[in-house]
Design a protein around this ligand. Structure first.
Ligand SMILES: NC(=O)c1ccc[n+]([C@@H]2O[C@H](COP(=O)([O-])OP(=O)(O)OC[C@H]3O[C@@H](n4cnc5c(N)ncnc54)[C@H](O)[C@@H]3O)[C@@H](O)[C@H]2O)c1
Length: 265
């Protein structure tokens, strides 16, 4: 067991994974625990959160699994209150939940635009609203918000609501970072590039022509390293940003993309 976030309480929203293997949220939750944090694992899918809890407990860590739909304000309020009531505080809020919607203004509709924004960014405003009073009272806290490289680079196909919501994540994070810097509270975000996680299978296979193997091969080839990243790449960046090692790092939008964002062609 490491000690990089020892003694801290980490809430991970979207701590499960949508299929077998390691997603960004599941790997992050497990790595926070491996590095000494007590983990409050939140997910809309109770079984997925319970799976993460089982892994953490089997490794000797402490974790509670909690069901919450981040599209619902009352669910978020309850999740934060339960975490604080159970563990006494919240030191780290890791916002991982994000849904993908493929299409531009002609293909998507008002309701799905609103839903994408509610899940991808209003959720982060609400987790902050409910966690900040505790963090301000104790004079410490760290937010790690998961945006996307798609917030700043065209992903190769239209994803208007996803891209706009992920750009809003950067704005929210940077605004909070400056507002609370003098209170011992930091806010940073991570921009994953092309990651091989369970979530990409369903929505992206269609966007890449309907062939899963071809989609994986194409995304591997698109990466400057020749392979997509994985959930652990995001988890390592997140634990660093949440830890005191990053005490002077605030308001960054960190690409974790193998260098993809530097490419000209
Ligand atoms: N995988 C990629 O290539 C990639 C690239 C860029 C950004 N991202 C971002 O990474 C994050 C997700 O990581 P991932 O792709 O590894 O997925 P993941 O495996 O971490 O799964 C996300 C979890 O969120 C949960 N969830 C979904 N809707 C929810 C809701 N309304 N309330 C609570 N929980 C909910 C799911 O049940 C799932 O367990 C997203 O923010 C996504 O936009 C991923």
């Amino acid at each position: 067991m490491g000690k990089r976030v020892e003694g801290k309480v980490a809430m991970v929203f979207g701590a499960g994974a949508v299929g077998p293997g390691w997603g960004n949220g599941k790997a992050s939750a497990v790595l926070y625990a491996r590095e000494g944090a007590t983990v409050f694992a939140v997910d809309v899918d109770e079984a997925a959160a319970a799976d993460t809890r089982s892994i953490i407990e089997s490794e000797g860590g402490i974790c509670i699994a909690h069901r919450c739909d981040v599209a619902l304000a009352a669910d978020i309020e309850r999740a934060v209150a339960t975490c604080v009531a159970t563990f006494g505080t919240v030191d780290i809020v890791h916002n991982n939940v994000g849904i993908v919607e493929v299409g531009g203004p002609l293909e998507i509709n008002e309701a799905s635009w609103d839903r994408t924004f509610a899940v991808n960014v209003r959720s982060m405003f609400l987790t902050a609203k409910h966690a900040l009073p505790t963090m301000l009272a104790q004079g410490r806290g760290a937010f790690v918000n998961i945006s996307s490289l798609a917030a700043i680079r065209y992903p190769g196909f239209p994803e208007a609501s996803y891209v706009a919501s992920k750009a809003a994540v950067i704005g929210l994070t940077q605004n909070m970072a400056l507002q609370y810097a003098a209170h011992g509270i930091r806010a940073n975000c991570i921009l994953p590039g092309l990651m091989n996680t369970p979530t990409i299978v369903r929505p992206l296979t269609a966007a890449y022509g309907g062939d899963l193997a071809a989609m994986i091969a194409k995304r591997d080839a698109q990466s400057p390293t020749g392979r997509m990243g994985d959930g652990w790449d995001i988890a390592h960046a997140a634990v660093f940003l949440a830890s005191d090692e990053a005490k002077y790092i605030n308001g960054v939008a960190l690409p974790v993309d193998g260098g993809l964002s530097l490419r000209f062609a």
